[in-house]
Design a protein around this ligand. Sequence first.
Ligand code: NCD
Ligand code: ZN
Length: 355
Amino acid sequence: MSNDSITIKKPFDAHVHFRRGAMLRAVAPISAQKFSAAIVMPNTDPPIETIEQAAEYKKEILAAFPAGNTFNPLMTFYLTKNLKPEEIEKGLSNGVYAVKYYPYGATTNSQWGFRDILEAKELLSEMERAGMPLLLHGEVHVDESENEVDPYQGEKQFIESVFPRLLEQYSDLKISLEHLSTKIAAEFLEKNGETGKLVATVTPHHLLYAREDVEDKPLLRCKPLIKSASDREKVRGLVAEGLPFLSAGTDSAPHPESKKFASPAAFGVFNSPVAIELYTQVFDELNALDKLEEFLSINGPRFFGIEPSKETITLVKNDWQVTEPVVTDEGVNVWPIAHKEHGLGNETIHWQIAI
Ligand code: NCD
Ligand code: ZN
């Protein structure tokens, strides 16, 4: 490692959305080129609720890669009322690595989620018994009186009013709190995080941007919403500590241009073409490049019980800009964040993967 070059094991993405069909064929190969493996989110339409569906989805993902690609897609189930405890039990030996909770109504394809995670008693008990990790979209969307919660307060409410009860009632459940976006969530993890037991993922966009910069930028509209600069500073401070229970989860969530430039814009940012580079930039800004490899390539695999990659990538300090969209084989544009025109405007990325 020098000040302008770093070689690390090939990264692991602990949270990615590939979709299906033409969108999958356009975006999955980008992840497969840059990452060694990823936890693939199950909020497709229809959702992934059985081993059979997960296997079929995995097949579609693998078919999208060029011959010889070794990327490992790790599948997940969606925590819905249709998910069966038997599938959870058998899942772990059938390529399913976790179950994902979405709060009903909070985000893209969350119509199948429970309103309150504590309603999913039988499923959570089975996961706890089987050792199947729970991935948490930790936001309260609708409160006990059925009122919609201010989306800027959803994560805070979850941490204050739901999370302690969940941890108390399922004390052996392995949990990953996804996409930390607030000071309160970062502080909670700092205090309670535990390798192999209670971990968290962080996105590039929650490390890089602040609410005041992105409120009118459709490409940066996502759940959880990007919060204030002081929230961001706390999340940045946490990753700079190099804690073993924090890992990269890009939450790359592509939508077609028609949905991103609609009003309101669909929730979800597409970042896989720039995620590793942006994480590196942030760690450089934090003088924490020595902590980058653990965060990007080691802590995630450790939680899910797989080996870190044996391949490496090298990043070099070099300014570049994103000037093009990704285009699907049906001719649909998909715009990555940090795009020169549609991101914040004239953004420059300071690190690049060397080829
Ligand atoms: C995700 C999507 O589009 O699937 N959107 C998002 O804003 N992050 C769903 C999710 O992870 O919330
Ligand atoms: Zn997501």
